[in-house]
Design a protein around this ligand. Sequence first.
Ligand SMILES: [Zn+2]
Length: 372
Amino acid sequence: MFFKDIVGQKTIIADLIKESASGKTAHAKTFVGSPGFGTLPVALAYSRYLLCEQPGPTDACGICSSCVQMNDLQHPDLHCVFPVVQSISKTSDGLINEWRDLVKQSPYFSSFDWLKVMDEKERNPIIGVEESKEIIKKINLKSFQGGFKVVIIFGSEQMNAECSNKLLKVLEEPPLKTLFLLLAEQQLEVLPTVQSRTQITIFPRLQSIEIAGYLMEKYSIDRQTADGLASFSDGDLSTATNLLKNGEMMDGYRESFIQLMRSCFKKNVNEMMSWAEEMSTFSKERQKLFLSYALHMLRQCNVLNYLGVEHVTLTPKEFAFSEKFSPYITGNNIRQFIETMDTAYFGLERNASAKMLFTELSFQVMRHIHRA
Ligand SMILES: [Zn+2]
């Protein structure tokens, strides 16, 4: 990964290069944002730049021995740490090959993508105390090439308390020329003790036009499809690529959405209950994606209703449904719809019972539709 390969985030990249040129690189940074905004790609390109033997004014050279080692993520002074399912491996080293393979496919993957690669049972991964011991051991070694040692911690909010307590001291006073790059999806989830010891950089969402451009170039798809995916992904490249690669998943969300709206419109409680029952069998990540999709569709219907077809990005099948349905999404209920979807989303994050949550959601949707 080079800076030139990164989608958007030009300001953040320029600041990193400026800081590196000044020779006053902060010893610990937290990049906050969804992986689909590019936190890992920027961390990797920045590591490459710092480790490069002849960095240019805008990017690493690409030909020195350090750059060659970076091509395979095999640089001895780069240490990648990520959450692991403890019954499979206690530390990242045990799964480093699987990790490298995933990064090489595309560094814009989500935590869930990583979990699916690591564990088909999708159990909860953490960064545990064994990992912190390993990190401390590694940073106390002399750097192999006499320059920086970089530790990237992907999914740093998954560090348990024991692990982060062990790391606090080295985050505060790391050995010379050591750089920690912590990646976290949400600032709130980073422990305050860790936050106060690192420099926080907030990654903004990508622009739709940046995502669409990337999708068209990398996957050779047409502009209409690219625009539709970019619009739904809400600035998140990993969501957009996941949707593209799992076309049938997108079809499933669309059909679930249509089914919910139809049952609620008819006030058919039996259908609503079986819809909730079916939703509850999906994995939590898929349930969250469905809610994001539903929110996207409701907003698009609202825009279609008020501003007309030229202002929406919908696939032909979505449009066929929205054309008839959009008159029911109005200024009288759009806020309530958004609130319902948001509440359900946070409920899932707090491990509420999915069956109850989707049952309650369907009753609320029924009330909102009939308030139009
Ligand atoms: Zn180089």
